[in-house]
Design a protein around this ligand. Sequence first.
Ligand code: C2O
Length: 564
Amino acid sequence: MAAALSKSFCLGYYFLLLCLIGFISHPAKAAVKKYLFDIQVKNVSRLCHAKPIVTVNGRFPGPTVYVREGDRVQVNVTNHAKYNMSIHWHGLKQFRNGWADGPAYITQCPIKTGHSYTYDFNVTGQRGTLWWHAHIFWLRATVYGAIVIMPKPGTPFPFPQPHREETIILGEWWNNDVEEIEKQGSKLGLPPNASDAHTINGKPGTLFPCSEKHTFAMEVEQGKTYLLRIINAALNDELFFAIAGHNMTVVEVDAVYTKHFTTQAVLIAPGQTTNVLVQATQSPNRYFMAARPFMDAPLTVDNKTATAILQYKGIPNTVIPILPKLPAPNDTAFALSYNAKLRSLNSPQFPANVPLKVDRHLFYTIGLGINPCPSCLNGTRLTASLNNITFVMPQIGLLQAHYFNTKGIFRLDFPDNPPSPFNYTGVPLTANLGTTLGTRLSKIVYNSTVQLVLQDTNLLTVESHPFHLHGYNFFVVGTGIGNFDPKKDPAKFNLVDPPERNTVGVPTGGWTAIRFKADNPGVWFMHCHLELHTSWGLKTAFVVEDGVGPDQSILPPPKDLPPC
Ligand code: C2O
């Protein structure tokens, strides 16, 4: 289409020459894929409760953004809901283009009711499964959908071509208004109510009341292979996913190809995606797919199980499906061994370019705590911090403040290390060790290589935390239980084929080390992808400076960037 158009411009000699040069240097000109996202409220009924929810185009989950590597994507978002809105394209690198990244008050001000903003971005050097979601308060509970990036034409998958593919989005459902639940929680200073159900493609499945109609089913043909694009869009739960009678072969995580391995269950943290191949080689029947939390922290366990159905062709709906065996909710051993199997494909075509030399060493402790709160029910509120700093959201977008050099919005003194070392994962500590509030960011030199060790602590309690970095993928070079040992642990790092991703779990009472090359200038949010912890302040941002070259600085902001 784009090629045909540009051909029609080839009229005069000049144009002919220009076009020939153009065709030689851009054999397949990027297509522009346009989407209209209308943010609207719609009545949706689950678990015998009907309630108005915020949606995109009245759909729940929202529409899949289906593009090809190399495409330019323009999503026009118009907000017809009473809430402020912003949309994040989770895992898209947005090279030099933080304006299209989406986190409210970090890279843009929200799109107000009655207003529009067009997210305009290129999909460069990425292919696979990602997803999009609202990035303001808890609205992503219902405002989310898949992003499928197909490889460039003529580039096959590095695994057997599946017969068909399906998107499997795991989520959480609350019977009450999620924004109200969150407000209630922060008034009380306590965690808000846990969700009432888990969902698969927006549906809880037959283990929940009134869910006969609300069960997702996928038909398969005996002998064929299917690609499942699994996304964890849940707000607060890491999940196990399994299919009765069928193993899965993991081939990709967070839109990066992996070495293949076969597993009975997948472990997936909020924010992560996992592509698996499933072979329909069992006796024709109806099999449950199921998702249930993994929670190995010493907290109450939520074992509500969402189900969907893998249905062989010709089997009637009256057949009762078989349930899969999921790992126990506190099966830490399974989780550790599953994560240890994840490796980058690291082929000549898809190399793992792990930074071998580190310019900047960062060590961030993750802490929960209790702060005084005179207006809260118990006089205290739960809080969370990185290196003892609880992040305070600014009133205007940080990227704007950085780009236009507006003073007084943030400070660039986020510490590279915790203020004082302690036995991070020893006995529980209830004191919050002098946590301070602030909009404090860390400045990173363009193109420098960064190693960040995220260390869980036993401040209040140990817990696992899926950390997400915007604007980048990173390599997960090491992880362990207990305290990170800077003398011994780096010797055990995998610098050859570590998994490359955008969201990684820091294990309960343990640490995770990541590396990335700061080649994308901008202001990039980093936060725990458990919404509960994000709202308690478990977040910060990196300011990656411009380089000196022509393509090494932040692009100018688009004209329709929402004002504050
Ligand atoms: Cu998927 Cu900042 O989030």
